[in-house]
Design a binder for this molecule. Structure first.
Ligand code: HEM
Length: 464
């Protein structure tokens, strides 16, 4: 009897284990971080108050004073203290933000053409056969590595540089999702490469003058070659997986590539269901009075839940339905895929849709997409997908068999991976707590990055 029960538990594991492990991991994270964070929207302050709190002038602290920062700095090393996302307000932040805007600026046609060129090159190299099984995030990472290299250096990306950028971005994304540990030596290789290029004056725009030479390299690495490459690869993986699972939508996009409006609706619906940020957090730098009974004191950690906000105010929010955007204009809906204008929105809000659209066009011109894999917001499976060359369809029976095998593999991988994520996540949380990168930085520096003289010197983390 016990044997039978054990066998049943093992056989049904794909159905119950991953969700339980995810819940357990969340509890470990919350417990170990020790922040008394408040998440919005919540039962008391719902979606109608969400933008007001998020956009409040006192909701402007980024890193100082949140235990969570130690973990994010750990994941985003090296140089998290000068990543635009983590800089506190002040001249150094303004300088970094100005540089990012300059690097991401350009005529729409040129930004789109570069994305199409990079996507076309990588697809011809990686998906040339009649049928190719890929992980969409891995397929797309080289595209965006080449793209941001071109934006930064103004020349085509050599293969060796692309490998360094992809290796680095993959290392960060895997650590963030707890599917792999960090490899500081791998990241340091890209730092050394970028340091040489920066020293040679190869960057197309001036780098932030208020940062030291070493900090400029870390700014570039973190903002463009980590966030830029990771976010675009993830966005593209979500978009293509949605198209693989909604062939009618893919067929409509492929049939009318000039239909800007429909593409915008598909992208909005993809980001509504799969926002790239699960939670964005802020540390309050002053009191925020919510009503006569509730005031959030300075130093509170506020967490803004994108999936909860995006699900509110829509009919059947769980259903993927691009046509809903014909009925609800994006501006009127609870929809903030690139953050809120009043509080440090994404600097790539203009570039990203243009580049994603151009790259998607190149994909749909070459292949049809097929996937039976699970699709979740954090996408730890990296989007398993079968690409079949346009004009050479597989017989339906063969496609069905491949789909069934893909589903089986994906469900069992989920079981194994969720256990790996629990173990590696716990290891990294504990390691981050020991290193206390953010806490030690703010112990020894002010918000402008200047050493505080009466404190002991800051100990730099050395690559392992
Ligand atoms: C489709 C792609 C992207 C999406 C959906 C996206 C989404 C977001 C969101 C929601 C935020 C605000 C988070 C918050 O309030 O804390 C943000 C911030 C940011 N994003 Fe993006 N992002 C994308 C692509 C990019 C790219 C390509 C880059 C860089 C090249 C980038 C760089 C940044 C930076 C630096 C910030 C912090 C801004 C600041 O604090 O001033 N993002 N992004």
């Amino acid at each position: 009897m016990t044997g039978l029960l054990a066998a049943a538990a093992v056989l049904t594991a794909p159905r119950w284990l991953p969700a339980r492990v995810v819940a357990l991991r969340r509890r470990v994270f919350e417990g170990v971080n020790g922040d008394h964070a408040i998440t919005f929207p919540n039962a008391e302050f719902g979606p109608d108050r969400f933008l007001e709190v998020y956009g409040h002038p006192a909701a402007n602290g980024r890193s100082r004073g949140a235990g969570l920062s130690d973990l994010f700095w750990y994941w985003l090393s090296p140089g998290p203290e000068v990543h635009q996302e983590h800089l506190e307000e002040g001249p150094r932040y303004d300088d970094a933000a100005r540089t990012t805007r300059a690097l991401l600026a350009g005529p729409a046609d040129a930004l789109s053409a570069a994305a199409a060129r990079c996507a076309g090159r990588v697809l011809d190299e990686r998906a040339g056969g009649r049928a190719t099984l890929v992980r969409l995030r891995d397929l797309m990472a080289p595209v965006w590595a080449e793209y941001f290299y071109e934006l930064v250096f103004g020349e085509p990306c050599p293969r060796a540089a692309r490998d360094l950028i992809v290796g680095h971005a993959d290392d960060v994304a895997s650590a963030l999702k707890c599917t792999g540990l960090r490899h500081p030596a791998r990241r340091a290789r890209l730092t050394r490469y970028l340091a040489r290029r920066v020293a040679a004056g190869d960057v197309r725009r001036p780098l932030p003058a208020s940062l030291s030479p070493a900090e400029r390299v870390h700014y570039l690495q973190g903002t463009l070659f980590t966030t830029g490459v990771v976010q675009m690869s993830e966005a593209m993986a979500h978009l293509l997986l949605v198209l693989a699972q909604h062939p009618e939508v893919a067929a409509r996009l492929a049939a009318d590539p000039d239909d800007d409006r429909y593409f915008a609706h598909v992208l909005d619906e993809t980001f509504r269901l799969y926002p790239l940020f699960g939670i964005a957090h802020r540390v309050t730098t002053g009191d925020i009075a919510l009503d006569e009974r509730t005031t959030l004191p300075a130093g509170s950690v506020l967490c803004f839940s994108y999936p909860d906000y995006h699900a509110s105010g829509h009919d059947r929010p769980e259903v993927f339905d691009p046509d809903r955007w014909d009925r609800v204009p994006a501006r009127a809906a609870h929809h903030i895929p690139f953050g809120v204008a009043a509080n440090r929105p994404c600097p790539a809000w203009r570039l990203s849709p243009l580049a994603l659209r151009a790259a998607t066009g190149e994909v749909l011109r070459r292949v049809t997409l097929h996937s039976t894999a699970g699709h979740t917001r954090s996408l730890p499976n990296r989007g398993p997908c079968l690409l079949v060359r346009v004009g050479e369809p597989l017989p339906p029976r063969r496609l069905a068999v491949l789909g069934a095998l893909l589903r089986l593999r994906d469900r069992w991988e989920d079981v194994w991976r969720s256990v790996v994520q629990l173990v590696l996540g716990t290891v990294m949380v504990l390691h981050a707590r020991r290193l206390r990168l953010a806490e030690r930085y703010f112990d020894t520096r002010d918000d402008r990055g200047c050493p505080v003289p009466h404190r002991p010197p800051h100990t730099q983390e050395t690559p392992e």
